[in-house]
Every structure is written in C-alpha cells, then in structure tokens.
Design a protein around this ligand. Structure first.
Ligand SMILES: O=C(O)c1ccccc1NCC(=O)[C@H](O)[C@H](O)COP(=O)(O)O
Length: 220
C-alpha cells in the first residue's frame, strides 16, 4: 500500500478469499485460532491460508490470532506453520508475552481490550516484550471481532510504547475521521468488511484500502 497507514484484514477462512484480499495490497491478514470464534480456523487448515497469501503477496504478513495459549498449543503456533506473526488476544501478562516471543522465535503482537482510558496505561507494561500492540474495544464475554469501537477521545494524545494497530469497528466510512484524529501504525478491520462472520466482502475491503489511500493524500 502506498500510504503510510498500514492495513490488516482479520478473520479470513477461505484461501481464495485470503489471496484476493492480499492482492488488494494490505500489509497483514489475520487468521483466527480462537475456538469460540465463528471465524475459527482449525490448525490443519491454517497453512493453506498462509500459503495462499504468500503466493500472491510475499510482503503481506500472515497473522495467527490466539488467546491464552498453553504450552501444549505451542507447536501449532510456530512460524514454520506459515504465519509470520502471532497475535495474543487473551489475558496474557507482559511476562508471558516475553516468554512466548522467546520460545516461538517470531514476531508477537499483543492485543489489549480497552475498557476505560486507564487501560491505556497497561499498554506501557508490554512495551519491552512485544513487537506491536493491537488496541481493540472491550465487550463482555467476547474477545474480538465485535464491531465495537474505542472512543477516539481516549486515544488522542496517547503516547504508544510500540507500533500499534487500531482495531474495533473499523470500516471504510470511518477512516477519514479516524486518521484525522489519531495516528496508528495501522488499522485492523474484521466485521466492518464482512458479509457474514469469516466471509469478507471484497468490495468493502477495496473501499477500505481506497479510504486509507485517500486519507494519506489529504494529509500529504
Ligand atoms: O474476530 C474474531 O472473531 C476474534 C475472536 C477472538 C479473538 C480475536 C478476534 N479477532 C481479532 C482481530 O484482530 C479483529 O480484527 C478485531 O477484534 C476487530 O474486529 P472488528 O471490531 O469486528 O473489526
């Protein structure tokens, strides 16, 4: 993507669709490894998704999204399975993030669900232990893919300890306002560009890509 704000599309389940999204020029594509999610992809089907992405867009990072993995889960999280990034979307502590990053030997992003402005101070604790943060909205009993938003006023003036992705209810119609008010490293979208959970609407993904490019042109 030519603009400076990166884009991640999360929750792909079909290799052909993942390849089509990758061809649009996004920087990252997420595959959900959380069993309770309607977008869950079982371990044996994940390599085909990551291979489809790498085949058409080698720079596009395959991101495996998991929550509170146990040590028994680690073999399925190794980068040899085709992903480049592991996104930790549960209640992982900074110490657990550091340990997983060391043991897996791959890029680790930590997702934090932001319930109040105070939660942003927690983000500082992760700065030395992960490669990037993903800020997502807090919704009771749901970890992600909810379409709920973090109020932008909470993020204005926030000083991130690491590169960060803004997730939660991202959609083409919001991009201009969001990028006027905050400057994340990237935007992360799932339900806002879907026909149904796990089934992306390619026209909406293309509109999101175009909205990010248009915002970059406005900002010069
Ligand atoms: O998307 C899911 O179903 C999901 C389930 C459990 C943990 C994480 C999940 N998604 C992670 C993401 O990175 C999503 O892009 C993020 O939550 C934003 O989703 P949305 O608000 O629908 O754009």
């Amino acid at each position: 993507m030519a603009s400076s704000t990166q884009l991640k599309i999360c929750g792909l389940r079909n290799p052909q669709q993942a390849a089509a999204v990758a061809r649009l020029g996004v920087e990252a594509i997420g595959v959900i490894g959380v069993p309770s999610s309607p977008r869950h992809v079982p371990p044996e089907l994940r390599p085909a998704l990551f291979e489809a992405i790498a085949a058409v867009a080698p720079p596009c990072a395959g991101v495996l999204v998991v929550a509170d993995p146990g040590d028994d889960d680690l073999p399925a999280l190794r980068p040899e399975r085709g992903h480049r990034v592991v996104q930790l979307h549960g209640g992982e502590t900074p110490e657990r993030c550091r340990e997983l990053r060391q043991r897996l030997g791959c890029t680790v992003w930590k997702a934090l669900r932001i319930r109040s402005p105070d939660d942003l101070s927690r983000a500082q604790l992760y700065g030395d232990h992960v490669d990037a943060l993903v800020l997502d909205a807090w919704v009771p009993d749901q970890l992600g893919g909810t379409g709920h938003r973090i109020p932008l006023e909470w993020l204005e003036g926030w000083i991130p300890p690491r590169p960060w992705w803004l997730a939660g209810g991202m959609a083409p119609e919001r991009v201009a306002e969001v990028l006027e008010r905050v400057s994340p490293t990237g935007l992360d979208a799932s339900s806002g560009v879907e026909r149904a959970p796990g089934d992306k609407d390619l026209a909406r993904v293309a509109a999101l890509v175009e909205a990010v490019r248009a915002a970059a042109r406005v900002q010069g």
